[in-house]
Design a protein around this ligand. Structure first.
Ligand SMILES: CC(C)(COP(=O)(O)OP(=O)(O)OC[C@H]1O[C@@H](n2cnc3c(N)ncnc32)[C@H](O)[C@@H]1OP(=O)(O)O)[C@@H](O)C(=O)NCCC(=O)NCCS
Length: 132
């Protein structure tokens, strides 16, 4: 499901190289939120604690479930998790060549706080949402 959600990214997302073992490591080191329709996984969001922030990655909704509130439900769940664990900020990165994603997160109260680029990877904007 995650690979299908990120399949159209150009250049390709690093998630396409991740395996079930990598997913298990994310569960061990952080939190993996999932949305299900019965037994089928239709959405996911990875959360990792970074000092006073919860760092969100790989928000993904199955293509045939988009624009039906799955992403919103996952972000709301991440906010609850952050509050419950005493974290004051949610942080994430969005690719600069996907302005629609930046607009998506702005709808949820995230603002751009910086930018960067890892070697060989596309440039990104850093975003954060402060929790009141
Ligand atoms: C981005 C993504 C997770 C959105 O998931 P989703 O389940 O479709 O989102 P929701 O249905 O919860 O959308 C919430 C609101 O944002 C709007 N929205 C959805 N996709 C949007 C987009 N690309 N740009 C702007 N707004 C968008 C919805 O219309 C909805 O508006 P509403 O509250 O007025 O009805 C999904 O499109 C996806 O998996 N994309 C590929 C992977 C990806 O880019 N992940 C983000 C990595 S940074």
């Amino acid at each position: 499901m995650i690979h299908a959600a990120f399949g159209a990214f150009e250049p390709p997302s690093g998630v396409l190289k991740e395996t079930v073992a990598d997913l298990a490591a994310r569960q061990r080191d952080g939190l993996v939120l999932v949305a299900q329709d019965g037994e089928r996984f239709i959405g996911s969001l990875f959360c990792a604690r970074q000092s006073d922030a919860l760092y969100l990655t790989r928000l993904a909704t199955a293509p045939d479930w988009r624009k039906r509130g799955v992403g919103r439900a996952l972000i709301v769940a991440a906010v609850s998790e952050a509050r419950a664990s005493g974290v004051t900020r949610l942080t994430l990165r969005v690719r600069k060549n996907l302005p629609g994603n930046r607009a998506y997160f702005e709808r949820f109260g995230f603002a751009v706080t910086g930018e960067g680029q890892d070697p060989g990877r596309p440039p990104y904007d850093s975003m954060e949402r402060r929790l009141g």
